[in-house]
Write a protein that binds this ligand. Structure first.
Ligand code: NAP
Length: 485
């Protein structure tokens, strides 16, 4: 199946922090791929901005290096790389200083018809300053867009302050808050599966769904970014944003139409329907050292740290659709496999006509975000062959790369999201009130952990987190799905 590529309008994208890690690893390679498939028009311009003094040629050289490092060799062609580098320009700007803004304004004025977007790939402490400078320098237009990403605050108060700084200079319809999980093909497919098929929606409620599990597991520890992570922890780094977004898309009501505010209104209602988190519904952990590698405390260089590298939660969405169906959420570092998935487990049939057969696990819809994005339905069938009625559970598997074929049919999350910014489509971006509502849900428990003085539970690397996490599900007669790649 060949994916359809619809070119976007000519645009100017200014990347603040264009010399940084995110720009080199994700943003610029994603733009290169979009140019390669002719979605990004050749007239588009990408203007890097950072404090480093460098010429346009030096910037192009550094981006060429980034492409060679972060784009699959098979996707690189000399001709396309040259075409991409030709779109690049650079301005030296210190967000906090006066130099460079007039030069940037002049460059942008050369193409008044281009859509203007500003990607702030810099520390959030600079968001307000840059937004202010852009408007003071007369660089923004009513249709300009500004793109920011996590961390969008450390708590409700700081998220509110950040939203207030941005909204002083940009309307909400101009602000694109990236959560790259929302750009994943499978996440959007979750909406397609739910709302474009008659099959699942009638069953998508507490009458038929036994429980839902959302797991984001990583095999890596925090070595290398220990200082940042220790000030954050799994709850802030993963639950408040990515996991809650997945929860919202799984639990939300069908929006009246596929329009940014209709979808985001429904997601917000899910967050507001969450019961306040009880301490007894949470388990937090820290990985311990194993023979080969140090512990969390070693990696952050802080023996007294109480920051969690693992968290498991039992959440309840108290509305007509979901009352009685637990949503189990967990995420952690140094676990058995790297995987992100949503598992919707359905109830058993009300009556079994196969009493001789051992209890089955039940139907489940497994939505895999990584690795190998795809969807699997677990169904029970008769084991082939004579000798009585034996049942087996088999997966009906749809790995998108297999089903949809051809290389390039599965754009990276950033590719889709950046093109959505240019198209002016905010459906897959978080609205300010959603971000604040998510912090309002996670804040009390983070505060409780801080004030209680209790320590996270130690867990072994390569497993599934502290044993206590199992008790969250087993208390309800459920089991976590194994963490296997
Ligand atoms: P980074 O590697 O430290 O890069 C920061 C960039 O900001 C550099 O280009 C730096 O260039 C520029 N910069 C710093 N101070 C500046 C100033 N006063 N004026 C203008 N430019 C300035 O950081 P990063 O990893 O790319 O992350 C950027 C943002 O994305 C952060 O908010 C981070 O939390 C977020 N984020 C990153 C990732 C990731 O995978 N890296 C993932 C999600 C979110 P100069 O030193 O030349 O000025």
């Amino acid at each position: 199946m060949v994916s359809t590529v619809i070119p976007v309008q000519p645009f100017d994208l200014v990347i603040f922090g264009a010399t940084g890690d995110l720009a080199h690893r994700k943003i610029l390679p994603s733009l290169y791929r979009r140019l390669s498939v002719h979605q990004m028009p050749q007239e588009a311009r990408i203007i890097g901005a950072a404090r480093s003094k460098m010429s346009r040629a030096e910037f192009r050289k550094s981006v060429q290096g980034a492409l060679e490092e972060f784009v699959e060799p098979g996707d690189l062609s000399k001709e396309r790389v040259e075409a991409f580098l030709a779109t690049l320009d650079y301005v030296t700007i210190d967000a906090a200083g006066d130099g460079g803004w007039a030069q940037l304004a002049r460059k942008l004025d050369e193409k008044p018809d281009h859509i203007r977007a500003f990607y702030l790939s810099v520390a959030p402490s600079l968001f307000g300053t840059i937004a202010g400078r852009l408007t003071e320098a007369g660089i923004t237009t009513p249709s300009s867009r500004i793109v920011v990403e996590k961390p969008l605050g450390q708590d409700l108060a700081s998220a509110r302050a950040l939203n207030a700084q941005l909204s002083r200079h940009f309307g909400e319809h101009q602000i694109y808050r990236i959560d790259h999980y929302l750009g994943k093909e499978t996440v959007q497919n979750l909406m397609a599966i739910r709302f474009a098929n008659a099959l699942f929606e009638p069953l998508w409620n507490s009458r038929y769904v036994e429980h839902v599990q959302i797991t984001v597991a990583e095999t890596v520890g925090v070595a290398g970014r220990g200082a940042y992570y220790d000030g954050s922890g799994a709850m802030r780094d993963m639950v408040q944003n990515h996991i809650m977004q997945l929860l919202c898309l799984t639990a939300m009501e069908p929006p009246a139409k596929f329009d940014p505010d209709a979808v985001r209104d429904e997601k917000l209602k899910v967050i507001r329907a969450l019961d306040p988190l009880m301490i007894s519904d949470t388990v937090r952990g820290q990985y311990r050292a194993n023979g080969k590698d140090g512990s969390y405390l070693d990696h952050v260089g802080n023996p007294a740290s109480r920051t969690e590298s693992f968290v498991a939660i039992r959440a309840h969405v108290s509305n007509w659709r979901w009352a009685g169906t637990p949503f189990y959420l967990r995420t952690g570092k140094k676990l058995a496999a790297r995987l992100s998935e949503i598992v919707v487990t359905f109830k058993h049939p009300p009556h079994t006509i196969f009493p001789q057969v051992e209890a089955q696990k039940g139907n489940a819809l497994i939505i895999r975000l990584q690795p190998d994005e795809g969807i699997t339905m677990r169904v029970t069938i008769k084991e082939p062959g004579p000798g009585g009625m034996r049942l087996v559970e088999v997966p009906l598997d749809m790995t998108f790369a297999d089903a949809l074929g051809e290389e390039g049919a599965m754009p990276e999350a950033y590719e889709r999201l950046i093109m959505d910014v240019i198209r002016g489509d905010q459906t897959l971006f978080m609205r300010g009130d959603e971000v604040e509502a998510a912090w309002a849900w996670t804040d009390p428990i983070i505060q409780f952990w801080k004030e209680s003085g209790s320590r996270p539970l130690a867990y072994d690397s390569g497993g599934a987190g502290p044993i206590e996490a199992y008790k969250l599900t087993s208390a309800d007669g459920h089991l976590w799905r194994e963490i296997v790649a």
